[in-house]
Design a protein around this ligand. Sequence first.
Ligand SMILES: C[S@@+](CC[C@H](N)C(=O)[O-])C[C@H]1O[C@@H](n2cnc3c(N)ncnc32)[C@H](O)[C@@H]1O
Length: 255
Amino acid sequence: MKITILTLFPEMFDGFLTNSIIKRAIAKEIVNIEIVNIRDYTKDKNHRVDSAPVGGGAGLIIKCQPVVDSINDHKEKDSKIIMLSPRGKTYNQAKAKELSKENHIILLCGHYEGIDERVNKYVDESISIGDYILTGGEIGSMAIADSVIRLLDGAIAKESIESESFDENLLEYPQYTEPYEYNGEKVPDILYSGNHQVINKWRRKKSLNLTKELRPDLFEKVSLSKSDKKLLDEDKEKAAKWELAAIEKGKKFIK
Ligand SMILES: C[S@@+](CC[C@H](N)C(=O)[O-])C[C@H]1O[C@@H](n2cnc3c(N)ncnc32)[C@H](O)[C@@H]1O
């Protein structure tokens, strides 16, 4: 996959490209990321890319010419051109999955007071990363690129992706690692039981209850199976019958 990012601040991407999973995905040629400085396209004799809003108002607006020329110079037959904008549809995991199937995405980052309205005609869609205003589209484009790249084959272990938050509109279950006890709080004994069927059922129950509590908006969209409904009916605090034996078994393996 190829990701082209059009920006006035290319240096902002230095850390993003040279660390962790993104760095490895680039090295393994799973993704090719191209950072393009919109300023390189200006035809203004003073190298300016922006100007005051017509009709008055605060700040500066990025002009059409350098933006449209940078888009046209990088657009390929199958490119999807996306503008980062507070006006766009709010980004989510489903959109990340959709974008991960594209061959080429171009992410256009605005800055200052935004981009001349007429640029809209040259983009396929706008994406917002939430109902708040950022200084520019750079951080949003990193968020989009990051969430898409980790879904690409080979970027991270398949199992890591399979049961993550937002799959089926559910938040992930609680996760623990060693030590067994930290500041008086213990890892649930059931997780030491070695009974993966029961552990998965316990995780599903936690995931359902957490989503119901913390994200009722997401929970509304979950299509609950018969067994999900049964799990939700159980006492949240007390272990159910099916959990008890696994908890006892787990206790034996705790060092
Ligand atoms: C300071 S903002 C411009 C805000 C604009 N004047 C408004 O009120 O809608 C500059 C640029 O940051 C980016 N940006 C800011 N907030 C964003 C958000 N929530 N999602 C996506 N992009 C955002 C866009 O590219 C935008 O053109």
